[in-house]
Design a protein. Structure first.
Length: 479
């Protein structure tokens, strides 16, 4: 007697998908609700997710993000019925008149379209939320705007599918091939969304390398609207190092029949240097053979530049423009590890400005800042091109020597640097005296950690301060 399998609880399937979406980025959903508000003409737009017990917002505009029992929302009805819902005046509908969003929030008009996702475990499609718009006054929705809302919901489902399965990113383009007339309006909205988010979709058919690009792809490439290049020419938009990343990612996806996700440098047809990201997956036939790659392509230059700026800010001393203590610690750890492994050399010069407090007390802190900036500039002299200079804090600096040549002539470099630092500097028409004491230590079996190397260099510095003359045993230099 055969044993039947237990049916899959749809609530469990929905909650599995929503768990994945909780951690997914919200930016693309935020773009969609902004488009919804502009296209539909309502002050409120939202993408809400409905679990087995609670509702939570993925993106909203015109209303705070919600998290509430799902039965207290109109979106719950959309998911239960799995069809669009339009309520011209919620106060006149017995199903919704007593909801808190109506009695306390003042919601009068509501229109929502269900959002679906495929359960990655079973392959079954379930309604998981709603794309909705609202207003604080009664109104109706004409057929054109109903179609626009449905088209935006389709776009949201495409984003959901991409984030849950890292694939199916060109669902709208595939559907458009089969239903071109019915989805003409949806295709126009999709292109509008592409322009706003600098996103495009593409498909590479195999084995003929037949390429399909959406309008957004051509826009990112800065090519004419009808341009379509063969694969080898399309790859030329990537610098050589980036071309290797792209080629390896696509070859791996074809070989495994799986997803891909890469971000790399890119040069447009007009020569502008950009940063792009592509996410997608292999498309397989019934036998499991890979017949195409499909993906989403996005210009992420602004985000990339912001991240770089934040990284620079986190690792740069704001006054002098050279590396700060955090960046110094990380670099010194890397250089010591490389030297210990036998791949290179590492030495450390620590620098303490003499009588810096006197400059601050006599001439003011602005003059002291000018001195610190002048010192930092001298630590970036051409003869120290291979070194790493940092401000440790206050009037203390450090220079990491990272080549065998620099480490072998460390005494000469330290002596020259001490002489350079002893040159006066100008501040607001005044000439200020500057001098510094230096201590040097190299990586040895006894100084093979950041702590030990710093201690050895500091010890040499203190010897030099006491002697006020070059010290060879401790490797300290004073000027």
């Amino acid at each position: 007697m055969s044993e039947s399998l237990a049916p899959v609880d749809p609530h469990d399937a929905v909650d599995r998908v929503l768990t994945l979406l909780r951690a997914a980025p919200d930016s693309q959903f935020e773009q969609l609700v902004l488009i919804a508000r502009e296209l539909i003409g309502t002050p409120i737009a939202a993408i809400n997710m409905i679990g087995s017990e609670r509702l939570w917002s993925k993106a909203t505009i015109g209303i705070d993000r919600l998290e509430m029992p799902c039965t207290e929302s109109l979106c719950h009805q959309v998911v239960l019925d799995d069809r669009p819902l339009t309520v011209d005046d919620c106060t006149l509908d017995d199903r919704f008149a007593d909801l808190g969003l109506v009695t306390e929030g003042g919601l009068r008009f509501y229109a929502g379209v269900p959002l679906h996702a495929v359960d990655p475990q079973t392959g079954e499609r379930h309604a998981i939320g709603a794309m909705c718009v609202g207003d604080l006054r009664p109104r109706s929705l004409d057929p054109v705007k109903q179609d626009a809302l449905r088209a935006l919901a389709d776009l949201a489902e495409t984003v959901i599918a991409t984030q849950v399965s890292v694939g199916t990113a060109v669902e709208l383009a595939t559907v458009a091939n089969d239903h071109a007339r019915e989805l003409a309006r949806q295709e126009r909205l999709f292109r509008h969304a592409e322009r706003m988010a600098m996103i495009g979709s593409w498909r590479l058919g195999l084995p003929d390398n037949d390429i399909h690009w959406s309008e957004g792809i051509r826009r990112i490439h800065e090519l004419p609207a009808d341009a379509l290049l063969p694969l080898d020419e399309a790859m030329q938009f990537y610098p050589p190092h980036a071309r290797e990343v792209v080629g390896a990612s696509l070859a791996d996806a074809i070989g495994r029949g799986g997803p891909f996700d890469f971000e790399t440098d890119f040069v447009t047809a007009t020569g502008r240097h950009r940063r792009v990201r592509s996410i997608g997956e292999a498309e397989c036939d019934a036998t499991g053979a890979v017949v195409a790659l499909t993906g989403v392509f996005q210009d992420v230059t602004d985000r990339h530049l912001l991240e770089q700026q934040l990284r620079r800010s986190a690792s740069t001393d704001p006054l002098t423009g050279i590396a700060n203590r955090a960046a110094f610690d990380a670099e010194l750890a890397r250089d010591i590890a490389f030297a210990v492994d036998g791949g290179g050399a590492c030495g450390l010069i620590v620098i303490d400005l003499d009588h810096f407090k006197t400059i601050n007390d006599t001439h003011g802190h602005l003059a002291g800042d000018d001195v610190l900036r002048a010192v930092a500039q001298r630590l970036c002299a051409p003869y120290l091109d291979n070194a790493f200079a940092a401000r440790m804090g206050g009037d203390e600096f450090a220079v990491i020597l990272r080549t065998h040549g620099d480490c072998n002539r460390a005494d000469a470099l330290a002596t020259r640097l001490a002489a350079d630092l002893s040159r006066p500097t100008d501040s607001d028409g005044r000439t200020l005296p500057v001098s510094a004491t230096l201590g040097y230590a190299a990586v040895t079996p006894e100084t093979a950690t950041v702590r030990d190397l710093l201690h050895a260099a500091d010890a040499a510095l203190y010897v030099a301060k006491r002697a006020r003359t070059p010290v060879t045993a401790g490797r300290g230099v004073s000027r």
